[in-house]
Design a protein. Structure first.
Length: 468
């Protein structure tokens, strides 16, 4: 461990220093890469049942210590404690899902040929380097690790520097679950070591959940070293409220989506586009739904809106709000930094949001609702498409089949919901398009991202050569 460059762990609710977390130097990073590779060489031959046993044991550990892990999340990044507990429960779910379904998802496929048979065999790649964010420090890591480990890979975790205790806990969970030494390694290191990790010949793939800028940097390094890469980046998700929508339902789901984790969610309802005929009534209902989102101590069970995770993040959100107002948006709620310790920001609503404003064009990673008025359904769809992002989106309409077809044909995004907010599910592929990244996590597609789909053609009995 490197005691000279520790990571400061700040409580977002107070701005006070909780502790300093030790880091590792470049030599220790290399040692952990080698340990992961050595573990992989054995793990790749371990039967599925044994791999599943480790994931099931991890699931049991998560539930047994749920309160402790939830408290760690809340202390390090400020999420309301009830949401932190729900995050741990979801990690337990993804472990059990892949433990139970992983073998079937990776089952050998056979394709009959004219005089042969092709066998498609999913083989693990090796060591996967996971660069994970702070907003869901357990969930993002487990949704990458569970399928990767079940497929026979090893994993190196570079967690966000403001949640090092969470990353440490995750590595300990896998250790206590019986994973071989080195199979899952935490890398509490300086981010400047990442290019060397990606370039290591022992590392075979990279998965990142993070910002657009981080995605570009990691994709460049992965491309330069010809490494498989999965990127889940930012979003500016459009939520379309159509004329025939259940407006109370739409208002409730939009408020919940936007305020979850103080708005620090990539698939949150960021651009809420309501058609003109129902705009005023929807606006009224949405403002009512936002009333309970009052800034409160995130350690309290009834807290619904905690602080933002870091001071710089809070300042960026405020700058984006101010820039949008300067460009013509109307601030109708919130939008001021409270005079209190910690990185707080109130539930904020911007109206008359148009093209070109940060509230429309960029991702605001905070509790800020951007209300957009559309002339009609066609205009709403056109506005939804005016974005460089393509992660998620939602449509609220009484005609579910028509809405689903609209989502399929007219909305460029990887994850869409009808009459609900977008959420990830272990059974369903998750990911985006355009500047929101590429590749998929979760579901069958997710476990296949980091395997070598090997084709083995077995020739039928040779036909006697009559000319011989």
């Amino acid at each position: 461990m490197d005691s000279n460059n520790p990571l400061p762990v700040i409580n977002p609710a107070t701005g006070g220093l909780l502790r300093e977390h030790p880091t590792i130097d470049a030599a220790e990073v290399q040692d952990r890469i080698e340990a992961a590779h050595n573990a992989f060489m054995d793990w790749r031959r371990v039967p599925f049942a044994e791999r599943a046993g480790v994931l099931k044991a991890a699931a049991e550990q998560l539930l047994a210590e749920k309160d402790r892990y939830a408290a760690r999340i809340t202390a390090e990044m400020g999420k309301p404690i009830a949401q932190s507990a729900a995050e741990i429960e979801k990690c337990e779910w993804v472990c059990r899902y892949y433990a139970e379904e992983g073998e079937n998802l990776l089952a050998e496929e056979r394709i009959p040929l004219d005089d042969a048979e092709a066998r498609l065999v999913a083989c693990p790649l090796g060591v996967i380097y996971a660069i994970m964010p702070w907003n869901f420090p357990f969930w993002q890591s487990f949704r990458a690790a569970a399928p990767a480990l079940m497929a026979g890979n090893a994993m190196l975790l570079k967690g966000a520097p403001n949640v090092p205790g969470c990353s440490m806990d995750i590595a300990q969970i896998f250790h206590e679950a019986g994973a071989p030494a080195g199979l899952f390694c935490d890398l509490p290191m300086d981010v400047r070591e990442s290019p060397a990790v990606i370039a290591s010949p022992l590392v075979q793939g990279v998965t990142l959940t993070g910002s657009e800028a981080a995605g570009r940097a990691v994709a460049a390094e992965a491309g330069a070293n010809l490494k498989k890469c999965v990127l889940e980046l930012g979003g500016s998700d459009p939520y379309l409220i159509l004329e025939d929508a259940d407006l109370q339902l739409a208002a409730s789901r939009c408020a919940t989506s936007r305020m979850l984790c103080a708005g620090q969610v990539c698939i949150a309802a960021k651009r809420i586009i309501a058609v003109d005929g129902i705009y005023e009534r929807f606006r009224e209902l949405l403002l009512e739904e936002l009333e309970p989102y009052v800034m409160a101590d995130p350690a309290e069970a009834d807290c619904r809106l905690g602080p933002l995770a870091r001071e710089d993040l809070r300042n960026t959100v405020h700058e984006q709000v101010n820039a949008s107002v300067a460009a013509g948006a109307d601030l109708i709620r919130g939008g001021t930094i409270p005079d209190r310790d910690g990185w707080w920001y109130p539930a904020t609503v911007l109206e008359n949001v148009h093209l070109g404003m940060p509230a429309f064009a960029d991702e605001i990673f905070g509790p800020v609702v951007s209300l957009v008025r559309a002339e009609d359904t066609s205009h709403a769809v056109a506005l939804a498409g005016e974005s460089r992002f393509g992660l998620g989106g939602a449509i609220f309409s009484a005609d579910r089949e028509k809405a689903a077809q609209m989502a399929a044909d007219q909305i460029d995004a990887g994850c869409l919901a009808i009459n609900d907010f977008v959420r990830s599910d272990p059974r369903v592929p998750f990911g985006g398009t355009k500047m929101s990244g590429f590749g998929r996590e979760l579901g069958r597609a997710g476990i296949h991202e980091f395997v070598n789909l090997k084709s083995i053609v077995v020739k039928a009995d040779a036909v006697k050569d009559e000319t011989a």
